[in-house]
Write a protein that binds this ligand. Structure first.
Ligand SMILES: [Zn+2]
Length: 475
């Protein structure tokens, strides 16, 4: 079976065929950087991290673009989120966005999300956005009133094709409208005239103003990925109006299909209600990391499919941690055996177990990135291997098993020790201490040597002296 992706546009799982052979261009709507990211964001970016990791594992050269909204994102009240945040923290708007961009990357790095290849900022792409508005005006899809430019939705009959909403419903669902200068209530702003007190504003052919939020994603995605993208991702709540407006702007400007596969992740719920900043029922990633390990958060999110909502509660994350521990201990057991018995015989029985489970894992991932099922096969694999290891004492090579864990659980899912840097440093430290202990023993400084051993034991690392060599394993 080859990879199938659920396409929101067609509401069907479709075989994945990229536009250019061997290459994938993916754009994901990034954060609006005015405060710390919460677990809802973690679900979104972990979901797309898995998509990128898996596509790379399949051999594609993936160009992953994720924007940073550092301008022009209005609240339902018509207020600019960045300006609101800047006032709250008594910072210059650019200081505020810089602070939260850094925090965002720090959180994502900790959660094991690979960095996008390009992280374009809205404020760095004002000329591209102005150019897109000019094209839309020239082609008759937009009109200007008092320094504000609107997209005329009556000129784009396909408006609504992604969210399957009719224009009348769109009006009902639209943000509270403060302006009355629009031709149609559902027309949306491409460029907004700035009042004198507005801080983040730029010169344009229509006077001083700032871009509408939807515009940046069209301008920046097409700049870096071309006029037709393979995949565009984002949260389900972005489907309307944001992605609908992106389609209208882009397709009206180019006359081409904007996105081949639209992917939307579901949200994190708290007591059945969406976790969001506006509702105040959120837990930031930084707060969550004080309580849970990064792998545990990742594991918790991945045990639910990206298109399904996940209910957050302390006990749910703890339960995920316990599940993850089972896979981790098997992985550690195998690593320990590989370290102490690096030259065992190849075992056809183990190879068979590995082959069967690897196949199931790939089938699950090929089926629209079914991570809960993929994790399920890792549980089964761990159980089978433990059963085998409990009953046999032959010196068999577990190197192939270790590799399967590293590939499936590490490289693809990122739930096995992914903080490689810390892992290597940790290992090096332990080995350095073992070396020091050996020197101390050679000099008959038994007390100090024993102290190293017992201190390591306290830290969860036990040493074993066998045939003049010391090996170690985590308890
Ligand atoms: Zn976007």
């Amino acid at each position: 079976m080859a990879l199938k992706i659920y396409n929101t546009l067609t509401r069907k799982k479709e075989p994945f065929v990229p536009l250019r052979k061997g290459e994938v261009g993916i754009y994901v709507c990034g954060p609006t950087v005015y405060s710390d990211a919460h677990l809802g964001h973690a679900k979104s970016y972990i979901s797309f991290d898995i998509v990128v990791r898996y596509l790379r594992w399949l051999g594609y050269r993936v160009k992953y673009v994720q924007n940073i909204t550092d301008a022009g994102h209005l609240l339902d009240t018509g207020e600019d989120r960045i300006l609101k945040g800047a006032k709250r923290e008594k910072l210059d708007p650019m200081e505020l966005t810089e602070k939260y961009i850094r925090n965002y990357f720090e959180d994502m790095d900790t959660l094991g999300c690979l960095r996008p290849n390009i992280s374009p900022r809205a404020t760095g792409h004002i000329p591209e956005q102005i150019k897109l508005v000019e094209t839309l005006l020239k082609k008759g899809y937009a009109y200007e009133t008092n320094g504000t430019v609107y997209f005329d939705i009556t000129k784009f009959p396909e408006y609504g094709k992604l969210s399957h909403r009719k224009v009348e419903e769109q009006v009902a669902g639209a943000r509270v409208e403060v302006r009355t200068e629009k031709k149609h209530p559902a027309d949306f702003a491409l460029w907004i005239h700035a009042s004198p007190e507005h801080i983040m504003k730029w010169d344009s052919p229509w006077g001083v103003g700032y871009p509408g939020w939807h515009l940046e994603c069209s301008a920046m995605s097409m700049k870096y990925l071309g006029e037709t993208l393979d995949i565009h991702g984002g949260g389900m709540d972005n489907m309307f109006p944001h992605h609908e407006c992106e389609i209208a702007q882009s397709e009206a400007a180019t006359g081409k299909q904007f996105v081949r596969y639209w992917m939307h992740n579901n949200m994190v719920l708290v007591d059945g209600v969406k976790m969001s900043k506006s509702l105040g029922n959120f837990i930031t990633i930084k707060e969550a990391l004080n309580k849970y390990s990064p792998e545990q958060i990742r594991f918790f999110i991945l045990t639910t499919h990206y298109r399904s909502p996940v209910d957050f509660s302390n006990s749910a994350v703890q339960g995920a941690g316990e599940g993850m521990h089972k896979i981790h201990t098997t992985f550690e057991r195998i690593s320990g055996i590989v370290q102490t018995t690096p030259k065992g015989k190849s075992s056809p029985e183990i190879n068979k177990i590995l082959e069967v489970h690897k196949k199931k894992f790939i089938e699950a991932m090929d089926d629209d990135f079914n991570t809960p099922l993929a994790i399920g096969t890792l549980f089964d694999l761990s159980r089978e291997l433990n059963k085998y290891l409990d009953r046999t004492h032959d010196d068999v090579s577990l190197q192939p098993a270790l590799e399967v864990y590293e590939k499936l659980g590490g490289k693809i899912l990122g739930i096995l020790p992914f903080s490689k840097k810390a892992g290597i440093e940790g290992t090096q430290f332990i080995e350095l201490l073992i070396e020091m202990r050996e020197k101390l023993r050679a000099e008959k400084q038994w007390k100090l040597a024993d102290e190293i051993r017992s201190k390591l034991q306290e830290l969860g690392v036990s040493l074993e002296d066998k045939l003049g060599k010391t090996t170690w394993k985590k308890n």
